[in-house]
Design a protein around this ligand. Structure first.
Ligand SMILES: CC(C)(COP(=O)(O)OP(=O)(O)OC[C@H]1O[C@@H](n2cnc3c(N)ncnc32)[C@H](O)[C@@H]1OP(=O)(O)O)[C@@H](O)C(=O)NCCC(=O)NCCS
Length: 159
């Protein structure tokens, strides 16, 4: 575990917080990932995750990131911060950690997809230097039975 900012701690072993991570994912996303789904992902070669903890009292999960390296490229599978911990830089810290891991894995670029209109996430990724390069029409199921596009974003490590 390493101290990453005052009152918050980054733990590079997401495996230890799977129940809380599944709970947070389920509360935030239309297609929730169960503890088993997260466990299966983490067991896939090249996949890793990190947790941001609020160590006040019993450590509680404030956010997490899940990513994988697939040779030439790496990808963010998900990143989430609990609503009561947002806008304190935790998402940026989790993403910077994933970017660093991607670089160290030897990937040439980092990819992700984000729902069109998810401005907090899009701004966060742009803030890290990521750029949109493609769009997948109606990729996500959104509220009211509708669908939303996915925006593909990338960060190249060789520009
Ligand atoms: C996206 C998310 C992870 C950001 O987490 P966070 O800890 O609040 O983000 P940070 O505090 O690190 O913000 C970093 C930068 O992102 C941008 N940002 C974050 N939230 C924003 C918001 N609500 N509106 C506009 N920009 C925002 C800003 O540029 C911010 O920098 P600043 O605070 O210096 O202005 C969080 O909103 C979240 O969990 N959302 C739901 C899950 C989700 O959509 N995940 C992405 C799936 S692709």
């Amino acid at each position: 575990m390493t101290e990453s900012r005052r009152f918050m701690v980054l733990d590079q072993d997401l495996q230890r917080y799977l129940d809380e991570a599944a709970g947070l994912h389920g509360a935030l996303f239309e297609r929730p990932w169960s503890r088993t789904a997260l466990e299966d992902l983490l067991a896939t070669p090249g996949t890793a995750g990190a947790a941001m903890l609020d160590p006040d009292g019993e450590p509680r999960l404030a956010g997490f990131v899940l990513f994988r390296s697939l040779g030439d490229f790496a990808e963010i599978l998900t990143v989430a911060v609990a609503p009561d911990h947002r806008r304190r830089g935790l998402g940026r810290l989790l993403m910077r950690h994933a970017v660093q891991m991607a670089r160290e894995s030897g990937a040439e670029r980092l990819l992700l997809e984000v729902q069109d209109g998810n401005l907090p996430a899009i701004r966060l990724y742009e803030d890290l230097g990521m750029e949109a390069f493609d769009r997948r029409r109606n990729y996500y199921k959104s509220g009211n039975g509708g669908h939303a596009d996915a925006i593909m974003m990338q960060l190249s490590f060789h520009d």
